[in-house]
Design a binder for this molecule. Structure first.
Ligand code: CA
Length: 525
Protein backbone atom coordinates (compact mmCIF):
# COMPACT_ATOMS: atom_id res chain seq x y z
CA UNK A 1 0.00 0.00 0.00
CA UNK A 2 1.20 3.51 -0.85
CA UNK A 3 2.07 5.78 2.08
CA UNK A 4 -0.43 8.68 2.41
CA UNK A 5 0.65 12.11 1.17
CA UNK A 6 -0.11 14.87 3.68
CA UNK A 7 -0.84 18.39 2.40
CA UNK A 8 1.29 21.36 3.45
CA UNK A 9 0.55 24.98 2.57
CA UNK A 10 3.10 27.21 0.85
CA UNK A 11 2.04 30.85 0.41
CA UNK A 12 4.12 31.52 -2.70
CA UNK A 13 5.74 29.48 -5.46
CA UNK A 14 9.18 30.73 -4.38
CA UNK A 15 8.77 29.74 -0.70
CA UNK A 16 11.26 27.15 0.58
CA UNK A 17 9.07 26.31 3.59
CA UNK A 18 5.41 25.32 3.95
CA UNK A 19 3.21 24.75 6.98
CA UNK A 20 1.75 21.48 8.22
CA UNK A 21 -2.06 21.58 8.27
CA UNK A 22 -2.84 18.14 9.75
CA UNK A 23 -4.55 18.18 13.18
CA UNK A 24 -2.07 16.96 15.79
CA UNK A 25 0.90 17.53 13.46
CA UNK A 26 2.97 14.96 11.55
CA UNK A 27 5.68 12.49 12.58
CA UNK A 28 9.11 11.64 11.25
CA UNK A 29 8.81 9.54 8.08
CA UNK A 30 5.45 11.05 7.02
CA UNK A 31 5.45 12.24 3.43
CA UNK A 32 4.19 15.71 2.52
CA UNK A 33 3.64 17.66 -0.69
CA UNK A 34 2.45 21.21 -1.29
CA UNK A 35 0.40 20.28 -4.34
CA UNK A 36 -0.15 17.45 -6.76
CA UNK A 37 2.71 18.64 -8.98
CA UNK A 38 5.27 19.11 -6.25
CA UNK A 39 7.97 16.61 -5.36
CA UNK A 40 6.96 14.77 -2.15
CA UNK A 41 9.21 15.41 0.86
CA UNK A 42 9.77 12.91 3.69
CA UNK A 43 9.84 14.45 7.16
CA UNK A 44 13.08 13.97 9.09
CA UNK A 45 11.51 15.16 12.37
CA UNK A 46 8.06 15.40 13.85
CA UNK A 47 6.48 18.76 12.91
CA UNK A 48 3.59 20.22 14.95
CA UNK A 49 0.47 21.55 13.23
CA UNK A 50 0.96 25.10 11.95
CA UNK A 51 4.74 24.78 11.96
CA UNK A 52 7.08 25.01 8.99
CA UNK A 53 8.78 22.21 7.12
CA UNK A 54 11.73 22.75 4.75
CA UNK A 55 10.67 21.84 1.20
CA UNK A 56 14.29 21.78 -0.02
CA UNK A 57 17.76 21.68 1.55
CA UNK A 58 18.50 25.14 2.98
CA UNK A 59 22.16 25.98 3.67
CA UNK A 60 23.40 27.95 6.65
CA UNK A 61 23.23 31.66 5.75
CA UNK A 62 20.48 31.13 3.17
CA UNK A 63 17.23 33.08 3.37
CA UNK A 64 14.07 31.30 4.51
CA UNK A 65 11.18 32.48 2.38
CA UNK A 66 7.50 32.51 3.34
CA UNK A 67 5.00 34.79 1.52
CA UNK A 68 8.00 35.23 -0.84
CA UNK A 69 9.50 37.40 1.92
CA UNK A 70 12.59 36.68 4.02
CA UNK A 71 11.42 35.66 7.47
CA UNK A 72 15.02 35.04 8.52
CA UNK A 73 18.39 33.53 7.71
CA UNK A 74 19.15 29.87 8.43
CA UNK A 75 21.59 29.63 11.35
CA UNK A 76 22.68 26.14 10.25
CA UNK A 77 22.15 23.72 7.39
CA UNK A 78 18.52 22.59 7.30
CA UNK A 79 17.78 19.39 5.37
CA UNK A 80 14.61 19.07 3.31
CA UNK A 81 11.88 17.58 5.52
CA UNK A 82 13.17 19.25 8.71
CA UNK A 83 11.08 21.20 11.17
CA UNK A 84 12.07 24.87 10.65
CA UNK A 85 11.49 26.26 14.13
CA UNK A 86 12.32 29.73 15.48
CA UNK A 87 15.68 28.64 16.96
CA UNK A 88 17.00 27.89 13.48
CA UNK A 89 16.26 31.41 12.20
CA UNK A 90 18.10 34.71 12.64
CA UNK A 91 15.53 37.49 12.30
CA UNK A 92 16.22 40.10 9.61
CA UNK A 93 16.67 43.73 10.70
CA UNK A 94 13.72 46.08 10.29
CA UNK A 95 13.62 47.95 6.99
CA UNK A 96 14.77 51.55 7.51
CA UNK A 97 12.67 54.47 6.33
CA UNK A 98 14.98 55.53 3.49
CA UNK A 99 14.10 55.14 -0.19
CA UNK A 100 10.74 53.48 0.38
CA UNK A 101 8.45 53.08 -2.63
CA UNK A 102 6.00 55.95 -2.01
CA UNK A 103 2.51 55.55 -3.53
CA UNK A 104 4.03 53.60 -6.41
CA UNK A 105 1.26 51.00 -6.87
CA UNK A 106 -0.69 51.43 -10.09
CA UNK A 107 -4.13 52.79 -9.15
CA UNK A 108 -6.66 50.62 -10.95
CA UNK A 109 -10.24 51.92 -10.70
CA UNK A 110 -12.07 49.25 -8.71
CA UNK A 111 -15.50 47.90 -9.46
CA UNK A 112 -18.07 49.40 -7.09
CA UNK A 113 -20.47 47.07 -5.28
CA UNK A 114 -24.01 48.43 -5.17
CA UNK A 115 -27.18 47.45 -3.39
CA UNK A 116 -25.92 46.07 -0.06
CA UNK A 117 -27.59 47.52 3.02
CA UNK A 118 -28.06 46.97 6.74
CA UNK A 119 -30.45 48.15 9.43
CA UNK A 120 -28.74 50.84 11.48
CA UNK A 121 -29.41 53.80 13.76
CA UNK A 122 -28.83 57.16 12.09
CA UNK A 123 -27.19 59.73 14.36
CA UNK A 124 -27.48 63.52 14.25
CA UNK A 125 -23.80 63.89 13.33
CA UNK A 126 -24.33 61.77 10.21
CA UNK A 127 -22.73 58.59 11.56
CA UNK A 128 -24.66 55.30 11.88
CA UNK A 129 -24.77 53.04 14.92
CA UNK A 130 -25.09 49.26 14.80
CA UNK A 131 -26.19 49.22 18.45
CA UNK A 132 -28.23 51.67 20.53
CA UNK A 133 -26.24 52.07 23.74
CA UNK A 134 -26.15 54.69 26.50
CA UNK A 135 -22.54 55.49 27.43
CA UNK A 136 -21.66 57.07 30.75
CA UNK A 137 -18.38 58.84 30.11
CA UNK A 138 -16.06 59.37 33.07
CA UNK A 139 -13.33 61.97 33.41
CA UNK A 140 -11.28 60.10 35.99
CA UNK A 141 -10.80 56.65 37.55
CA UNK A 142 -11.86 58.01 40.98
CA UNK A 143 -15.53 57.85 39.97
CA UNK A 144 -15.35 54.30 38.52
CA UNK A 145 -16.80 52.50 41.56
CA UNK A 146 -19.78 54.86 41.82
CA UNK A 147 -20.40 54.70 38.07
CA UNK A 148 -20.27 50.91 38.10
CA UNK A 149 -23.00 50.76 40.74
CA UNK A 150 -25.02 53.47 38.98
CA UNK A 151 -24.83 51.58 35.67
CA UNK A 152 -25.97 48.42 37.44
CA UNK A 153 -28.93 50.31 38.94
CA UNK A 154 -29.83 51.89 35.58
CA UNK A 155 -29.76 48.46 33.95
CA UNK A 156 -31.93 46.88 36.64
CA UNK A 157 -34.43 49.67 37.20
CA UNK A 158 -34.57 51.74 34.02
CA UNK A 159 -33.51 49.62 31.08
CA UNK A 160 -36.66 47.41 31.16
CA UNK A 161 -38.67 50.63 30.64
CA UNK A 162 -36.67 51.49 27.50
CA UNK A 163 -36.80 48.28 25.43
CA UNK A 164 -35.21 49.83 22.33
CA UNK A 165 -32.00 50.64 24.20
CA UNK A 166 -29.53 47.75 23.94
CA UNK A 167 -27.26 48.42 26.90
CA UNK A 168 -25.68 50.92 29.27
CA UNK A 169 -21.89 51.17 29.32
CA UNK A 170 -19.74 52.94 31.89
CA UNK A 171 -16.58 54.16 30.15
CA UNK A 172 -14.12 53.43 32.90
CA UNK A 173 -10.39 53.98 32.58
CA UNK A 174 -7.29 54.70 34.64
CA UNK A 175 -6.68 58.18 33.23
CA UNK A 176 -7.79 61.65 34.35
CA UNK A 177 -5.55 62.47 37.31
CA UNK A 178 -2.05 61.65 38.56
CA UNK A 179 -0.83 62.17 35.01
CA UNK A 180 1.33 64.75 33.21
CA UNK A 181 -1.70 66.22 31.49
CA UNK A 182 0.26 68.90 29.61
CA UNK A 183 2.90 66.52 28.23
CA UNK A 184 2.73 66.48 24.41
CA UNK A 185 1.71 62.82 24.22
CA UNK A 186 -1.17 63.33 26.71
CA UNK A 187 -3.23 64.34 23.69
CA UNK A 188 -3.49 60.63 22.85
CA UNK A 189 -5.43 59.39 25.92
CA UNK A 190 -7.47 62.61 26.10
CA UNK A 191 -8.67 62.55 22.51
CA UNK A 192 -9.22 58.78 22.75
CA UNK A 193 -11.67 59.28 25.64
CA UNK A 194 -13.35 62.20 23.89
CA UNK A 195 -13.79 60.30 20.66
CA UNK A 196 -15.03 57.13 22.37
CA UNK A 197 -17.85 59.23 23.89
CA UNK A 198 -18.76 60.13 20.31
CA UNK A 199 -18.72 56.54 18.97
CA UNK A 200 -21.65 55.98 16.57
CA UNK A 201 -23.03 53.18 18.78
CA UNK A 202 -23.69 55.74 21.55
CA UNK A 203 -26.24 57.73 19.55
CA UNK A 204 -24.61 61.17 20.09
CA UNK A 205 -25.89 61.23 23.69
CA UNK A 206 -22.93 62.58 25.68
CA UNK A 207 -23.34 62.10 29.44
CA UNK A 208 -20.39 62.59 31.80
CA UNK A 209 -19.70 61.75 35.43
CA UNK A 210 -16.79 63.69 36.95
CA UNK A 211 -15.26 63.92 40.41
CA UNK A 212 -14.62 67.66 40.55
CA UNK A 213 -10.92 68.09 41.37
CA UNK A 214 -9.32 66.01 38.57
CA UNK A 215 -6.83 67.23 36.00
CA UNK A 216 -9.16 66.30 33.16
CA UNK A 217 -12.37 68.25 33.90
CA UNK A 218 -15.41 67.81 31.60
CA UNK A 219 -14.71 71.01 29.68
CA UNK A 220 -11.19 69.87 28.86
CA UNK A 221 -12.38 66.40 27.89
CA UNK A 222 -15.24 67.70 25.75
CA UNK A 223 -14.72 71.40 24.95
CA UNK A 224 -17.51 73.38 23.26
CA UNK A 225 -17.78 72.41 19.62
CA UNK A 226 -16.32 68.93 20.12
CA UNK A 227 -19.66 67.17 20.70
CA UNK A 228 -23.16 67.39 19.21
CA UNK A 229 -25.34 69.70 21.29
CA UNK A 230 -28.72 68.58 22.59
CA UNK A 231 -31.56 71.06 22.04
CA UNK A 232 -31.64 71.88 25.76
CA UNK A 233 -27.91 72.61 25.98
CA UNK A 234 -25.91 75.81 26.03
CA UNK A 235 -22.57 75.21 24.33
CA UNK A 236 -20.43 77.07 26.87
CA UNK A 237 -21.71 74.87 29.69
CA UNK A 238 -19.93 71.86 28.27
CA UNK A 239 -21.32 68.32 28.26
CA UNK A 240 -24.19 67.19 30.49
CA UNK A 241 -22.32 66.27 33.67
CA UNK A 242 -22.96 64.88 37.14
CA UNK A 243 -20.12 66.05 39.42
CA UNK A 244 -19.74 63.92 42.55
CA UNK A 245 -18.12 66.71 44.63
CA UNK A 246 -21.04 69.10 44.03
CA UNK A 247 -22.24 70.50 47.40
CA UNK A 248 -25.80 69.30 46.85
CA UNK A 249 -24.69 65.67 47.06
CA UNK A 250 -25.25 64.62 50.65
CA UNK A 251 -24.30 61.02 51.14
CA UNK A 252 -23.58 58.28 48.64
CA UNK A 253 -27.22 57.55 47.75
CA UNK A 254 -27.70 61.14 46.63
CA UNK A 255 -24.90 60.95 44.04
CA UNK A 256 -26.01 57.49 42.90
CA UNK A 257 -29.61 58.64 42.48
CA UNK A 258 -28.52 61.80 40.65
CA UNK A 259 -26.63 59.74 38.06
CA UNK A 260 -29.56 57.36 37.61
CA UNK A 261 -32.12 60.19 37.24
CA UNK A 262 -29.83 62.16 34.91
CA UNK A 263 -29.65 59.14 32.59
CA UNK A 264 -33.42 59.27 31.97
CA UNK A 265 -33.62 61.97 29.25
CA UNK A 266 -30.79 60.24 27.37
CA UNK A 267 -32.53 56.87 27.59
CA UNK A 268 -35.79 58.44 26.42
CA UNK A 269 -34.21 59.89 23.30
CA UNK A 270 -32.31 56.68 22.52
CA UNK A 271 -35.45 54.62 23.06
CA UNK A 272 -37.41 56.68 20.53
CA UNK A 273 -35.02 55.67 17.75
CA UNK A 274 -35.61 52.78 15.35
CA UNK A 275 -33.34 50.95 12.95
CA UNK A 276 -33.65 52.02 9.33
CA UNK A 277 -32.23 50.75 6.06
CA UNK A 278 -28.85 52.33 5.38
CA UNK A 279 -26.26 51.55 2.69
CA UNK A 280 -23.33 49.25 3.50
CA UNK A 281 -21.14 52.33 3.03
CA UNK A 282 -22.08 53.35 6.60
CA UNK A 283 -20.10 50.46 8.06
CA UNK A 284 -16.89 51.39 9.85
CA UNK A 285 -15.14 48.08 10.37
CA UNK A 286 -12.06 47.73 12.56
CA UNK A 287 -10.03 44.59 11.91
CA UNK A 288 -7.40 43.05 14.14
CA UNK A 289 -5.98 39.69 15.19
CA UNK A 290 -5.00 38.23 18.53
CA UNK A 291 -3.67 34.90 19.73
CA UNK A 292 -2.37 34.36 16.18
CA UNK A 293 -0.88 31.19 14.77
CA UNK A 294 0.66 30.22 11.43
CA UNK A 295 -2.86 29.63 10.07
CA UNK A 296 -3.87 33.26 10.71
CA UNK A 297 -2.11 34.38 7.55
CA UNK A 298 -3.39 31.38 5.56
CA UNK A 299 -7.10 31.15 6.36
CA UNK A 300 -8.72 33.84 8.54
CA UNK A 301 -6.70 36.91 7.58
CA UNK A 302 -7.04 36.29 3.81
CA UNK A 303 -10.83 35.93 4.31
CA UNK A 304 -10.82 39.24 6.19
CA UNK A 305 -8.71 40.76 3.40
CA UNK A 306 -11.19 39.61 0.77
CA UNK A 307 -14.12 40.97 2.82
CA UNK A 308 -12.18 44.20 3.35
CA UNK A 309 -12.01 44.68 -0.43
CA UNK A 310 -15.76 43.99 -0.69
CA UNK A 311 -16.47 46.56 2.04
CA UNK A 312 -14.29 49.22 0.45
CA UNK A 313 -15.89 48.51 -2.94
CA UNK A 314 -19.27 49.09 -1.21
CA UNK A 315 -18.09 52.50 -0.06
CA UNK A 316 -17.55 51.43 3.57
CA UNK A 317 -14.59 52.18 5.80
CA UNK A 318 -12.14 49.49 6.92
CA UNK A 319 -9.44 50.21 9.48
CA UNK A 320 -6.41 48.02 9.98
CA UNK A 321 -3.96 48.77 12.76
CA UNK A 322 -1.36 47.07 15.01
CA UNK A 323 1.89 48.98 14.37
CA UNK A 324 4.35 46.25 15.36
CA UNK A 325 2.53 43.77 13.13
CA UNK A 326 2.74 45.92 10.03
CA UNK A 327 6.20 47.43 10.62
CA UNK A 328 7.96 44.69 8.65
CA UNK A 329 5.59 45.20 5.74
CA UNK A 330 6.26 48.94 5.47
CA UNK A 331 7.37 48.70 1.85
CA UNK A 332 4.07 47.09 0.89
CA UNK A 333 2.13 49.77 2.80
CA UNK A 334 3.88 52.85 1.41
CA UNK A 335 3.70 51.25 -2.06
CA UNK A 336 -0.09 50.84 -1.68
CA UNK A 337 -0.68 54.38 -0.36
CA UNK A 338 -3.16 56.42 -2.38
CA UNK A 339 -0.85 59.45 -2.40
CA UNK A 340 2.62 60.57 -1.31
CA UNK A 341 0.92 62.34 1.64
CA UNK A 342 -0.63 59.08 2.81
CA UNK A 343 2.71 57.26 2.38
CA UNK A 344 4.45 59.98 4.42
CA UNK A 345 1.81 59.64 7.15
CA UNK A 346 2.43 55.88 7.32
CA UNK A 347 6.17 56.54 7.75
CA UNK A 348 5.45 59.23 10.37
CA UNK A 349 3.32 56.89 12.48
CA UNK A 350 5.64 53.88 12.26
CA UNK A 351 8.80 55.89 12.91
CA UNK A 352 7.14 57.56 15.91
CA UNK A 353 6.28 54.08 17.17
CA UNK A 354 9.86 52.83 16.64
CA UNK A 355 11.03 55.72 18.84
CA UNK A 356 8.36 54.97 21.44
CA UNK A 357 9.60 51.37 21.64
CA UNK A 358 13.24 52.51 21.77
CA UNK A 359 12.48 54.68 24.81
CA UNK A 360 11.57 51.45 26.57
CA UNK A 361 14.63 49.64 25.18
CA UNK A 362 12.42 47.39 23.07
CA UNK A 363 11.68 46.88 19.42
CA UNK A 364 9.05 45.19 17.27
CA UNK A 365 10.37 41.74 18.23
CA UNK A 366 8.77 42.23 21.68
CA UNK A 367 5.43 41.61 19.96
CA UNK A 368 5.44 37.83 19.50
CA UNK A 369 4.01 35.79 22.39
CA UNK A 370 4.87 32.28 23.58
CA UNK A 371 1.50 31.23 22.10
CA UNK A 372 2.37 32.71 18.68
CA UNK A 373 5.61 30.71 18.69
CA UNK A 374 3.89 27.51 19.83
CA UNK A 375 1.44 28.12 16.98
CA UNK A 376 4.27 28.10 14.44
CA UNK A 377 5.04 31.82 14.07
CA UNK A 378 8.82 32.04 14.37
CA UNK A 379 9.14 35.80 14.69
CA UNK A 380 7.47 39.15 14.11
CA UNK A 381 8.42 39.23 10.43
CA UNK A 382 6.48 36.04 9.76
CA UNK A 383 3.62 37.29 11.95
CA UNK A 384 3.52 40.65 10.15
CA UNK A 385 3.33 39.06 6.71
CA UNK A 386 0.28 37.11 7.84
CA UNK A 387 -1.23 40.08 9.67
CA UNK A 388 -1.05 42.57 6.82
CA UNK A 389 -3.22 40.31 4.65
CA UNK A 390 -6.26 41.58 6.63
CA UNK A 391 -5.99 44.90 4.81
CA UNK A 392 -6.93 43.37 1.46
CA UNK A 393 -5.51 44.64 -1.79
CA UNK A 394 -6.90 48.13 -2.38
CA UNK A 395 -5.09 51.47 -1.94
CA UNK A 396 -4.63 52.90 1.56
CA UNK A 397 -6.60 56.13 1.51
CA UNK A 398 -6.15 57.66 4.97
CA UNK A 399 -3.98 57.41 8.08
CA UNK A 400 -5.12 58.12 11.64
CA UNK A 401 -2.84 58.80 14.62
CA UNK A 402 -3.73 56.96 17.85
CA UNK A 403 -7.04 58.16 19.30
CA UNK A 404 -8.02 60.28 16.29
CA UNK A 405 -11.54 60.06 14.89
CA UNK A 406 -12.38 59.53 11.23
CA UNK A 407 -13.85 62.56 9.53
CA UNK A 408 -17.12 62.02 7.71
CA UNK A 409 -15.39 62.24 4.31
CA UNK A 410 -12.70 59.67 5.23
CA UNK A 411 -14.00 56.48 3.64
CA UNK A 412 -12.23 53.46 2.22
CA UNK A 413 -9.16 51.68 3.56
CA UNK A 414 -7.59 53.40 6.54
CA UNK A 415 -4.42 52.66 8.46
CA UNK A 416 -5.33 53.58 12.05
CA UNK A 417 -1.99 53.51 13.88
CA UNK A 418 -2.33 51.65 17.19
CA UNK A 419 -0.34 49.26 19.36
CA UNK A 420 -1.09 45.59 18.60
CA UNK A 421 -2.36 44.90 22.14
CA UNK A 422 -5.88 43.57 21.58
CA UNK A 423 -7.57 45.79 24.17
CA UNK A 424 -5.68 48.96 23.26
CA UNK A 425 -6.14 48.43 19.53
CA UNK A 426 -9.88 47.80 20.02
CA UNK A 427 -10.18 50.88 22.25
CA UNK A 428 -8.43 53.12 19.72
CA UNK A 429 -10.53 51.74 16.87
CA UNK A 430 -13.65 52.56 18.96
CA UNK A 431 -12.33 56.12 19.27
CA UNK A 432 -11.81 56.23 15.51
CA UNK A 433 -15.54 55.52 15.07
CA UNK A 434 -15.70 51.75 14.56
CA UNK A 435 -19.24 50.32 14.55
CA UNK A 436 -18.35 46.64 13.87
CA UNK A 437 -15.17 44.81 14.89
CA UNK A 438 -13.59 41.80 13.15
CA UNK A 439 -11.15 39.70 15.13
CA UNK A 440 -9.19 36.66 13.95
CA UNK A 441 -7.63 34.15 16.30
CA UNK A 442 -5.71 30.89 15.96
CA UNK A 443 -4.81 30.05 19.54
CA UNK A 444 -8.27 31.24 20.68
CA UNK A 445 -9.36 34.22 22.76
CA UNK A 446 -12.83 35.01 24.13
CA UNK A 447 -12.22 38.74 23.36
CA UNK A 448 -15.23 41.04 23.23
CA UNK A 449 -16.15 44.72 23.59
CA UNK A 450 -19.25 46.08 25.27
CA UNK A 451 -19.51 49.10 22.99
CA UNK A 452 -19.40 47.30 19.67
CA UNK A 453 -20.15 43.82 18.29
CA UNK A 454 -17.01 41.71 17.74
CA UNK A 455 -17.16 39.05 15.00
CA UNK A 456 -14.53 36.40 15.70
CA UNK A 457 -12.96 34.12 13.11
CA UNK A 458 -11.16 30.90 14.05
CA UNK A 459 -8.15 30.11 11.86
CA UNK A 460 -8.46 26.34 12.35
CA UNK A 461 -11.39 23.91 12.34
CA UNK A 462 -10.05 22.29 15.50
CA UNK A 463 -10.44 25.59 17.40
CA UNK A 464 -13.81 26.33 15.77
CA UNK A 465 -15.09 22.93 16.93
CA UNK A 466 -13.79 23.17 20.49
CA UNK A 467 -14.93 26.80 20.85
CA UNK A 468 -18.15 26.26 18.92
CA UNK A 469 -20.05 28.78 21.06
CA UNK A 470 -17.38 31.50 20.98
CA UNK A 471 -16.25 31.66 17.36
CA UNK A 472 -18.57 33.30 14.82
CA UNK A 473 -16.98 31.98 11.62
CA UNK A 474 -14.71 28.99 10.92
CA UNK A 475 -11.98 30.08 8.50
CA UNK A 476 -10.27 26.70 9.03
CA UNK A 477 -12.51 25.35 6.25
CA UNK A 478 -10.08 26.98 3.82
CA UNK A 479 -7.23 24.74 5.05
CA UNK A 480 -9.61 21.75 4.99
CA UNK A 481 -10.30 22.47 1.30
CA UNK A 482 -14.05 22.93 1.97
CA UNK A 483 -14.33 26.59 0.96
CA UNK A 484 -12.24 29.07 -1.00
CA UNK A 485 -10.97 32.35 0.42
CA UNK A 486 -13.40 34.12 -1.89
CA UNK A 487 -16.37 32.15 -0.52
CA UNK A 488 -15.22 32.82 3.05
CA UNK A 489 -14.84 36.52 2.25
CA UNK A 490 -18.41 36.80 0.96
CA UNK A 491 -19.68 34.85 3.96
CA UNK A 492 -17.94 37.27 6.33
CA UNK A 493 -19.17 40.31 4.38
CA UNK A 494 -22.79 39.12 4.66
CA UNK A 495 -22.35 38.16 8.31
CA UNK A 496 -21.08 41.68 9.05
CA UNK A 497 -24.22 43.19 7.46
CA UNK A 498 -26.40 40.89 9.61
CA UNK A 499 -24.47 41.66 12.79
CA UNK A 500 -24.60 45.38 11.99
CA UNK A 501 -28.39 44.97 11.69
CA UNK A 502 -28.63 43.55 15.21
CA UNK A 503 -27.77 39.84 14.99
CA UNK A 504 -25.83 38.99 18.15
CA UNK A 505 -22.27 37.70 18.08
CA UNK A 506 -21.24 34.94 20.50
CA UNK A 507 -19.40 37.48 22.68
CA UNK A 508 -22.61 39.53 22.90
CA UNK A 509 -24.69 36.42 23.59
CA UNK A 510 -22.54 35.57 26.62
CA UNK A 511 -22.01 39.27 27.52
CA UNK A 512 -18.24 38.79 27.30
CA UNK A 513 -16.28 41.98 27.13
CA UNK A 514 -12.80 43.21 27.85
CA UNK A 515 -11.90 46.50 29.49
CA UNK A 516 -11.32 49.56 27.36
CA UNK A 517 -7.64 50.31 27.81
CA UNK A 518 -6.22 53.73 26.98
CA UNK A 519 -2.88 54.12 25.25
CA UNK A 520 -0.97 56.62 27.37
CA UNK A 521 2.61 57.13 26.15
CA UNK A 522 2.90 60.26 28.38
CA UNK A 523 4.35 60.30 31.91
CA UNK A 524 2.43 59.47 35.08
CA UNK A 525 3.10 61.73 38.06
CA1 CA B 1 -4.03 42.47 18.31
Amino acid sequence: MLAPLFPVIAMHEADNVAIVVTDGGLKSGDIVHKNALAEPVTLVNAVPQGHKVALVDISAGQIVLRYNVSIGVAKENIAAGSWVHERLLAMPAARNFENLPMATAKKEPFKKLEGFTFQGYRNSDGSVGTRNILAVTTTVQCVAGVVELAVQKIKEELLPLYPHVDDVVGIEHTYGCGVAIDAPDAIIPIRTLRNISLNPNFGNEVFVVSLGCEKLPPLRLLPPGSFPLLSTQNESEGPHTVCLQDAHHVGFMSMLENIVQSAKPHLERLNARRRETVPASELVVGVQCGGSDAFSGVTANPIVGFASDLLVRSGATVMFSENTEVRDAIEQLTHRAQSIDVANSIVRELSWYDQYLERGHADRSANTTPGNKAGGLSNIVEKAMGSIVKSGSLPIQHVLSPGEKLKSNQKGLVFAATPASDFICGTLQLAAGMNVHVFTTGRGTPYGLQACPVVKLATRTDLAKRWHDLMDLNAGRVADGDITIEEGGWELFKLLLNVASGQKTWAEHWKLHNAMVLFNPAPIT
